[in-house]
Design a binder for this molecule. Structure first.
Ligand SMILES: [Zn+2]
Length: 445
């Protein structure tokens, strides 16, 4: 190697303070020479490392004692510091091709998206399944304490009623791998309404409003079976971890471990705003079908529960136990299909099917009262044109002198107080199970 004809100009930092020194740099007898105001160094090239070439960025040469030398890239640097391995040479060559750079960007973005879609859920699930049981229980307790401070009140259910429902739940949970750890807790929740949710650690919260909504305890059994599905699958923890994973990872790398409490905050959001993924809801529904069948209960009861919730909740209920209407309709249909399978296999339980299913079968499957689920009827009501005939399922009510609009409302709300009169005019229209108790108490909720 020979001396460079004209020295390169660069900046030298001695590694002890941040002061920059302008220097001239060249090569003599295999040693890098650095000369500047009160700077004079000669270092063998072997003792130095240089940052890779990247577009037009400055190259940095590191000295063994921590000093740094920054230089604009120059052809001679490639000669002074030949690539130490093939990979470095290949990367350097690829960086000169725009196509290769563009491809690298696409691959990087693809890796980021894949990591977000599959990597984070995978990692969150691994964490959820390996979290010690005690941590999960503590997390669930914290979430319940948080909800008790914000959205939940003490239950107003009589102790005997709580005990009765607790026994039904215990029978339902018995035999599950962690069945002994599962418990049901009741809370009043005027601001949330009918709802149930599975907390990490085994507790399932049921609101008084949900208990009071159902005419038949088997509807509550079905909801609890669904929540047991969430519990068995650790869905609350997995969903919360997935949602807050990036925040937790950022906190971890920034050294702020206290921010891991983001999970505690994330769980109520997941539970109350029904942010479970469709995959988790499907899993919990399928679990409920099998579990109910294993307890001699038809999966149709889940359909009946969903139907009642759907009828009771206002259209804009964002805190519903269920997600959107079309999804609910599909879930009801799936529950009824599972119920039909159950009855086919166990005909002795045919008489225990929910009224909803039996009434619809008798009328040839046309859910008259469900005409309000019909887009045509919905449109009529919005237009104030209730008697246009579009809502043919309610024609009996119209013929009997009822306002078609009211009939639809009754069908949708399954309001027991009004449904009595409606039934006389059109028995077929009363497909929904009526609720004598709720009728006595007034509107259930
Ligand atoms: Zn669910």
């Amino acid at each position: 190697m020979t001396t460079h004809p004209t020295p390169l100009q660069g900046s030298y930092f001695d590694g002890r303070d941040g002061q920059r020194h302008a220097v001239d740099v060249d090569l003599a007898h295999g040693r890098l020479r650095v000369r500047g105001d009160r700077i004079e160094r000669d270092e063998p090239l072997d003792a130095l490392t240089i940052t890779p070439r990247l577009a037009r960025t400055l190259r940095t040469i590191a000295f063994p004692d921590g000093a740094r030398l920054q230089l604009p890239d120059a052809a001679c640097l490639a000669i002074w510091f030949p690539h130490r391995n093939r990979l470095e040479a290949l990367v350097d060559r690829l960086e000169r091709y725009y196509q290769a750079v563009a491809l690298a960007i696409v691959v990087c973005l693809g890796a980021l998206v894949a990591g977000y879609l599959w990597g984070i859920p995978w990692l969150a699930d691994r964490i959820a399944t390996h979290l010690p049981a005690g941590v999960e229980v503590a997390l669930g307790d914290q979430v319940l304490a948080l909800l008790d401070r914000t959205d939940l009140d003490d239950t107003a259910l009589e102790p005997e009623r709580q005990a009765e429902l607790g026994e039904r739940f215990a029978a339902l949970a018995a035999g599950l791998p962690d069945g002994a750890d599962y418990r049901v807790v009741f809370r009043g929740a005027p601001s949330i309404g009918p709802n149930a949710f599975a907390l990490p650690g085994g507790s399932i919260v049921v609101t008084d409003e949900l208990v009071e909504l159902f005419a038949d305890d088997r509807q509550l059994d079905a909801v609890l079976a669904h929540e047991l599905g969430h519990q068995v699958g650790r869905h609350a923890l997995r969903q919360a971890l997935r949602g807050s994973f990036i925040a937790i990872a950022a906190a971890f790398f920034a050294g702020d471990v206290s921010s891991a409490s983001a999970v505690v905050v994330a769980v109520p959001t997941v539970l109350l705003q029904n942010r479970y993924s469709r995959q988790f809801e499907d899993e919990a529904d399928r679990f409920a079908y099998a579990h109910l069948a294993g307890h001699a209960l038809s999966p149709s009861w889940l359909g009946a529960a969903l139907r009642q919730l759907d009828a009771d909740l206002p259209d804009d209920a964002s805190l519903a136990w269920m997600s959107s209407h079309p999804a609910t309709a599909a879930r009801i249909a799936a529950a009824k299909a599972a119920g039909a399978d159950f009855v086919a296999q166990h005909p002795q339980y045919a008489g225990d099917e929910p009224d909803l299913v039996l009434a619809e079968e008798e009328t040839g499957g046309g859910p008259c009262c469900a005409c309000c689920d019909d887009a045509g009827c919905e449109a009529d009501r919005e237009n104030g044109d209730a008697d246009s005939g579009a809502c043919t399922g309610c024609s009996g009510d119209a013929a009997a002198g009822d306002d078609g609009d009211d009939a639809c409302e009754r069908g949708a709300a399954a309001d027991a107080v009004d449904a009595g009169a409606d039934c006389e005019a059109d028995p077929d229209a009363c497909a929904e199970p009526t609720d004598a108790e709720a009728g006595a108490d007034g509107t259930p909720r």
